[in-house]
Design a protein around this ligand. Structure first.
Ligand code: LLP
Length: 389
């Protein structure tokens, strides 16, 4: 079923563009399905706020009982403001500043995911300073190749994330000296927009080995956090509006070894919120290039940077219930920003476009609005919400 009907078209035609549109009923349904398959195995989901931190999006996620995965002090604050209980908030990231660590400590969050030995020492010192004990999970790097864009893989040897295996011995030697830390978990995250379950299977197998190694050396973990990364169908948002949570959680259930009582946590962002959001934009001009047609629209990389940054594909559709009799034409859909990389789609075949037409850029709920910028002093992009309770 198509997400947009003629009612949407009539409503949008009255509005100034560009704007983000979110269908909260689809979000609700997605949360239910995710929860259903995670609960089957007693798994816990933390929502990765980095994907979208709008209050209207966070509220149903809080209500669904999910925790929060944050990567900045401001995200921790936002999570608390939105109502996530502090005991369900984790704080990750390679570059936590002292100020941000202190925010996490003062909010008494569940756990910091720690990415280096130096960071362990800094958190210990800050916890000592404020007279508390910090709970930590060690982020390790399972060194698996994943099938996704190079900018969003994180589990390979040469990148900045996680504590590398060569540091494990010195880490163990150091831990007894750090008296304001409590190691509660082991953590990994291998990348994002991963659709092949064998990538997760491989990661589980590596993770099992690492966990066993630590246990053999006397370090036990109450919690295993396996990150996020489940992909969504950018090409067929209407056929597959809900990510394959069933297969995803089943893969972890099969391949992730657990000790009795050990809890398993996930940090999902994209799979929960991508499909409920679209960027709605208007065609400003249609221009004939030497070999191609350009549709210049009023949204660009400042509103949705994924195509420019990752050459990411987003389905683009014309919102006009009466377009049936237009012939087809192939366009580069480009924005108004003064950069050649400012495009939303290349070689997109659509009914012939004209000034004033409305387009929906689909699957933009994750890493869309939250990555918007003010470059060229562009206005902040607003959002509208449908099916708000
Ligand atoms: N946990 C950690 C440690 C992460 O680094 C990330 C995403 C997640 C969880 C959530 O991953 P998800 O379930 O959303 O795949 N801006 C890029 C994606 C960057 C992902 C960064 N880390 C994009 O637009 O594709």
């Amino acid at each position: 079923m198509n997400m947009f009907t003629s009612q949407h078209y009539r409503r949008f035609a009255q509005l100034e563009t560009p704007f983000y549109y979110y269908d909260l009923a689809l979000l609700e349904k997605t949360l239910q399905v995710a929860d259903l398959y995670a609960s089957k195995y007693g798994f816990h989901i933390h929502y990765a706020l980095k994907a979208n931190a709008n209050f209207e999006i966070l509220q149903p996620i809080v209500k669904a009982g999910f925790g929060a995965d944050c990567v900045s002090g401001n995200e921790v604050k936002r999570a608390v403001e939105a109502g996530f209980p502090p005991e369900k908030i984790v704080f990750a990231g390679v570059g936590k500043s002292d100020r941000e660590i202190l925010i996490g400590l003062s909010e008494n969050i569940f756990c910091f995911n720690v990415e280096s030995i130096e960071e362990l020492q800094v958190i210990d010192a800050l916890a000592a300073q404020v007279g508390t004990t910090a709970r930590l999970a060690l982020r390790v790097n399972p060194l698996v190749e994943v099938n996704t864009h190079q900018y969003i893989t994180t589990g390979t040897a040469e990148n900045k994330f996680g504590i590398p295996p060569r540091d494990f011995d010195s880490l163990l030697a150091l831990l007894p000296k750090l008296s304001h830390l409590q190691i509660v978990g082991l953590h990994m995250h291998i990348g994002s927009q991963i659709c092949q379950m064998n990538n997760f299977r491989d990661a589980c197998q590596k993770f099992n080995e690492i966990r066993r190694w630590f246990e053999q050396h006397g370090l036990h973990f109450a919690h295993l956090n396996v990150g996020g990364g489940l992909g969504v169908d950018y090409h067929h948002p209407d056929q597959n509006p809900i990510a394959d949570f069933e297969n995803y959680f089943d893969t972890f259930n099969r391949y992730l070894e657990r000790q009795p009582g050990q809890q398993v946590h996930f940090e999902l962002g994209r799979a929960l919120v991508a499909q409920c959001g679209s960027l709605i934009t208007r065609v400003l001009y249609v221009k004939q290039g030497q070999t191609k047609h350009f549709a210049i629209v009023d949204a660009g990389m400042t509103e949705l940077i994924r195509p420019a940054l990752y050459q990411a594909y987003h389905k683009i559709e014309l919102l006009d219930p009466f377009h049936g009799n237009r012939s087809l034409q192939t366009y580069d859909i480009v924005g108004p920003v003064c950069e050649s990389s400012d495009f939303l789609g290349k070689a997109i075949t659509l009914p012939q476009l004209q000034r004033g037409d409305l387009l929906a850029i689909r699957t933009a709920g994750a890493y869309g609005q939250v990555m918007a910028s003010a470059y060229n002093l562009r206005d902040k992009v607003p959002a509208i919400y449908e099916n708000q309770p």
